[in-house]
Design a protein around this ligand. Structure first.
Ligand SMILES: Nc1nc2c(ncn2[C@@H]2O[C@H](COP(=O)(O)OP(=O)(O)OP(=O)(O)O)[C@@H](O)[C@H]2O)c(=O)[nH]1
Ligand SMILES: [Mg+2]
Length: 288
């Protein structure tokens, strides 16, 4: 068929492929959620319904995109990790980011009435931005995940103390900010405990650690696998037979997707779940 005179415009499409053999992290973040949280009267500093809604949307994204191996969420953000061998959409950044952002947003709106049955949404509706970053080694990826979880801890300790000073201590925001200027974690723990009888250790794990979403298989004895070394040594994507790929796909779709509030900074989490870094589905746990 003859090309139309308009077809030359295709040349304006530029390549946007992400570097092969790297871990792709797509981080989405709620746009203007400070205002959004006020509008729907989110509890301060943490609104459990809002966090669980974020988790429900993240679970749905992982169900629709089996190439995502793990996700981590805190506040109005979620990071989705695509395995380094992922070839979805030929690793085109715009396609990956837009798919994650639109799927997440659609489910966020879909599940809203489940978590906020008495506050129907009205414009401006919630929306999210997204970006893709490539991490070339497992160490870089795990440091990224640790960075987000440490951030969660620092912000949550600050916010918990800040709002205790205001809600229970009866002081104003400016004064509370002044009080916390230059304080260390130990100082904040002390303020919480001695002034408000709050033991920070007993705060809910979902607030302290954030949320980790992954496929659940049988746990492995720590020390028997070194998933970091194994994953990093995979320089070339292994050519999988079609039947093996089908088998993996089936097993992956059978696995339960779980949300846990656990430490992902210590290597133990990754050693016990080698499938997260190897991308080989593990054993489906037997029904109890
Ligand atoms: N009250 C309350 N607010 C929350 C909760 N989770 C997130 N937020 C709000 O969401 C904000 C997230 O921070 P940012 O993403 O930096 O702020 P933002 O207003 O979304 O700004 P942009 O992302 O730049 O559009 C927090 O500062 C809070 O105001 C929650 O559980 N309770
Ligand atoms: Mg935001």
């Amino acid at each position: 068929m003859a090309n139309s005179q308009y077809e030359y415009v295709k040349q304006f499409e530029q390549p946007d492929r992400l570097l092969p053999n790297t871990w792709i992290v797509i981080r989405i973040d709620g746009r203007g959620f400070t205002k959004f949280a006020n509008k729907y009267r989110f509890e301060k500093p943490n609104d459990r319904r809002a966090l669980e809604l974020m988790n429900a949307a993240a679970k749905a994204v992982m169900t629709e995109l089996p190439d995502i191996t793990i996700a981590y969420g805190v506040s109005d953000e979620y990071s989705f990790v695509f395995h380094k061998t992922c070839s979805l959409f030929d690793r085109r950044s715009s396609k990956l980011v837009s798919t994650v952002v639109s799927t997440f947003t659609a489910y966020y709106v879909h599940f809203w009435p489940t978590y906020f049955p008495n506050s129907p949404l009205s414009p401006p509706l919630p929306s999210f931005d997204g970006r893709a970053v490539c991490y070339p080694s497992v160490e870089n990826l795990l440091d990224y995940m640790s960075w987000r979880q440490v951030d969660c801890h620092i912000n949550n300790l600050y916010n918990t103390t800040f709002w205790a000073l205001i809600q229970q201590g009866g002081i104003g925001a400016t004064e509370a900010e002044e009080r916390l200027k230059g304080t260390l974690a130990s100082d904040k723990n002390e303020i919480l405990f001695s002034e408000f009888g709050i033991n920070y250790n007993n705060e809910p794990e979902i607030y302290k650690k954030g949320s980790v979403v992954f496929r659940d298989y049988e746990l492995v004895e720590p020390g028997t696998h070194n998933p970091t070394v194994e994953a990093d040594s995979l320089a070339k994507p292994v050519q999988q037979s079609k039947s093996q790929a089908e088998k993996d796909k089936k097993r992956r779709s059978k696995a339960r997707i779980v949300v846990e509030h656990v430490d992902i900074i210590k290597p133990d989490f990754w050693e016990r779940r080698p499938w997260l870094l190897s991308n080989k589905p593990g054993k489906i746990p037997k029904e109890p």
